[in-house]
Design a protein around this ligand. Structure first.
Ligand code: GRF
Length: 204
């Protein structure tokens, strides 16, 4: 079964691109109905437009007014019958109006092994801490920053001597693999949130 996606971005959109590419190659049976950006200068908007995807840029004022952005995004996503919303480098929190409209249907990617290194600088923070095992987390979003049931994680053994740039490149490489993989699990209907608030991956 094909699923309909909405994607939230704020920046370069390389994760968005990874998903666009997998859809285009037929690896993922999904469509992206709308890309919403919290910033007008997000390069990801160009990527979406190049792929013929509708875009919407949220005016900064909507974020200043409590939950106004979430209400608009919820309405736009609903009107397009979106099944799942993917946060892909979206540098804003999601709140009740959007979370309630899409319960357990908003997914986020974080470039660290949660619950470690939450926040906007997960890659740098992990590198500077000197972790030997780093990684990436894909999880359902809730109204806290980088929290919510974990769907998938992938670890990376950090090699001696890596610069921050090298470390970051490895993290992004994993992101661009793991996020599409999780979308594939969603398409297959294999992701279930248990009563205990954990994610169970159903067998094929
Ligand atoms: C990614 O590292 C993502 O995990 C983090 O922000 C970055 C966004 O990159 N939340 P991009 O916009 O997908 O290129």
């Amino acid at each position: 079964m094909s699923i309909r996606l909405g994607v939230l971005i704020s920046g370069s959109g390389t994760n968005l691109q990874a998903i666009i590419d997998r859809i285009a190659s037929g690896t993922i049976d999904a469509s992206i109905e709308l890309v919403v950006s919290s910033r007008a200068d997000a390069y990801g908007l160009m990527r979406a437009q190049a792929a013929g995807i509708q875009t919407l840029t949220m005016d900064k004022g909507f974020y200043d007014e409590e939950h106004s952005a979430d209400r608009i995004i919820a309405a736009e996503m609903r009107s397009r019958s979106v099944d799942y919303i993917l946060m892909a480098g979206y540098m804003r929190m999601v709140h009740a109006p959007l979370l309630d409209a899409f319960p357990n249907r908003i997914v986020n990617i974080h470039p660290a092994l949660l619950p470690s290194f939450k926040g906007a600088h997960g890659i740098r923070d992990a590198y500077e801490y000197g972790v030997k095992i780093a990684g990436v987390t894909v999880h359902f979003a809730d109204d806290r920053y980088d929290c919510g049931p974990i769907i998938a994680q992938r670890a990376l053994a950090v090699e001696e001597g890596w610069t921050l740039d090298e470390f970051e490149a490895h993290i992004h490489e994993i992101e661009h693999d793991l996020y599409p993989e999780v979308v594939g699990l969603l398409v297959a209907g294999r992701v279930r949130v248990t009563a205990g608030g954990k994610v169970e991956i159903l067998p094929t």
